[in-house]
Design a protein around this ligand. Structure first.
Ligand SMILES: NC(=O)C1=CN([C@@H]2O[C@H](COP(=O)(O)OP(=O)(O)OC[C@H]3O[C@@H](n4cnc5c(N)ncnc54)[C@H](OP(=O)(O)O)[C@@H]3O)[C@@H](O)[C@H]2O)[C@@H](O)CC1
Ligand SMILES: Nc1ncnc2c1ncn2[C@@H]1O[C@H](COP(=O)(O)OP(=O)(O)O)[C@@H](O)[C@H]1O
Ligand SMILES: [K+]
Length: 450
């Protein structure tokens, strides 16, 4: 099961629904604080802890967690910004019988810092002084954990309203928030641990992309049944060669490239053809256009005259012109930010909003790439990629991703599922490939993952 992701307002709605269903708010906070304490014990059983508690319910969670840890014999201190402003937080503070410090220059760091200043309720940047205390106390700690979100992060956009330290872990409740999987905040989260606090089954069209279930080869199937990927080569055939190779290693039964001249270095198993008729082959499970296309827009036009499922990448994205040209086709588009803006212009909102609006306008699956890749569907589904190595920022890695998507689509996966699965496999291939890999190494890593 993949982990649900909810924007801040929807999190509050889920919380309110649980309360309306008979779970008191204080029970939710008790569960959150107990889960935070359990995570702390698992990660660092005996380090003395300093909790920083803010005025809202994020701070309330800290008082509950501190009580649990003290009962378990740990050394715990708690330092606050002031008095709690919320009923549940006041209740939580009432259950704490230890000392309470006021956060100031005098506050001594501890080996383990837990930041429970602000969570989903952060409405503005931290005051300068508080922000400086947070940084100083984080620097003085051997390990840092954020309660729900690092304080300073906008839960929905992943923007940092104030600078924040890098945390070893973030413990969140009920559902992930978009910021856990959006740059720049995501790089500061460490491991993101999701705790069940009694909200029940959280329904959301937004989910973290998890390990996919790929279709198993039919024991009595043939190569076309395993998926025929057809690639259109353009003026720079090296890129489509990478895509074709990736498609083959990602389990397509047959990979073919339309090219007017032989491409060197492609495995012999990949068929090269200059026959125009090859494109009318009804067995084609996915047609890929764009990698290395160069300034040859008729290639995209040609692809759009066919009814095969399409992956449109790289130069071909810029050649689309108007998003509604894609309506009525079965398309997965794989833009990076530059290609996205070239096709869709400037769209207001968070990265999540922009990807969903683009999916609506083009009636296509949008794979909006970057360190925080998103997969958006016109029906509102949104997949958030788990973190992947920054080494993916290397020439040709996008071509490899396009080839994997085409293979999974040709293998019969539904377009949104195929794109999500490919993004997951691409990220794991980068982990397997180790440091300083080149795009060809990603291809080599695909076999066991696909
Ligand atoms: N959802 C759930 O199911 C559950 C949620 N839980 C927990 O609740 C958290 C959300 O709690 P929350 O809504 O009280 O907000 P929170 O983040 O504590 O801060 C708001 C307070 O800070 C203030 N304030 C804001 N920005 C500020 C700034 N820059 N500088 C100074 N002050 C600032 C703001 O007051 P203001 O001054 O704006 O009136 C307000 O008083 C959530 O992250 C999770 O940990 C769990 O308990 C269990 C169930
Ligand atoms: N810093 C990063 N961390 C993780 N993944 C990244 C990072 N930068 C880029 N990527 C991924 O690498 C791939 C790059 O694709 P693209 O920009 O099309 O490059 P190219 O055109 O060189 O193939 C995308 O899948 C993108 O999500
Ligand atoms: K926090």
């Amino acid at each position: 099961m993949t982990r649900p992701i909810l924007p801040a307002a929807a999190t509050v709605e889920a919380e309110q629904a649980a309360i309306a269903g008979g779970t008191p708010e204080t029970d939710l906070m008790e569960n959150a604080g107990a889960a935070l304490a359990r995570a702390i014990r698992l990660m660092s059983p005996w380090r003395p802890v300093l909790f920083l508690a803010g005025p809202g319910n994020n701070g309330g969670d800290a008082f509950v967690a501190a009580r649990h840890l003290l009962e378990q014999g740990m050394q715990v201190r708690i330092a606050v910004t002031g008095a709690p402003k919320r009923d549940a937080a006041r209740w939580a503070k009432g259950g704490w019988h230890g000392e309470v410090e006021l956060i100031s220059e005098e506050t001594e760091p501890a080996p383990l810092l837990v930041d429970a200043l602000f969570g989903t309720g952060l409405g503005r940047p931290l005051g300068e002084e508080l922000q400086a205390h947070l940084m100083r106390l984080a620097e003085g700690a051997a390990m840092t954990i954020a309660c729900d979100l690092p304080s300073g992060v906008d839960a929905d956009s992943g923007e940092m309203l104030s600078p924040i330290p890098r945390y070893d872990a973030t413990v969140t409740f009920g559902a992930l928030k978009p910021a856990h999987r959006l740059a720049p905040a995501m790089q500061h989260m460490g491991d993101v641990i999701l705790a069940d606090i009694g909200l029940g089954e959280v329904e959301s069209d937004w989910r973290e992309i998890g390990k996919p279930e790929l279709p198993a080869p039919d024991p009595v199937g043939h190569k076309y049944g395993r998926g025929l990927v057809h690639c259109l080569a353009g003026s720079m055939p090296g890129a489509i060669a990478l895509s074709a190779h990736a498609a083959a290693r990602a389990g397509a039964g047959y990979v073919r490239v339309s090219t007017s001249r032989m491409i060197d270095g492609l495995p012999s198993a990949i068929v090269q053809t200059d026959s125009a008729d090859a494109l009318d082959d009804e067995r084609i499970g996915c047609l890929l256009v764009g990698p290395g296309m160069g300034d040859v827009p008729p290639l995209l036009t040609l692809a759009l005259t066919k009814t095969h499922p399409l992956v449109i990448d790289a130069d071909a994205i810029k050649a689309v012109g108007e998003p509604d040209r894609l309506v009525g086709h079965d398309v997965i588009l794989t833009p990076h930010e530059g290609e996205f803006e070239a096709l869709f212009g400037e769209i207001e909102g968070t990265k999540a909003d922009r990807a969903l609006i683009a999916a609506q306008r083009s009636q296509s699956i949008i794979v909006l790439k970057g360190p925080d890749t998103l997969v958006a569907a016109p029906d509102g589904r949104l997949g958030f990629a788990p973190p992947a190595p920054a080494g993916l920022a290397t020439a040709g890695s996008g071509d490899v991703l396009a080839g994997i998507i085409a293979a999974f689509r040709a293998r019969g996966m539904e377009p949104f599922e195929a794109a999500c699965a490919a993004v997951w496999v691409h990220g794991r291939a980068a982990e397997v490939a180790g440091p300083n890999f080149i795009a060809d190494d990603l291809v080599a890593a695909l076999g066991p993952l696909s």
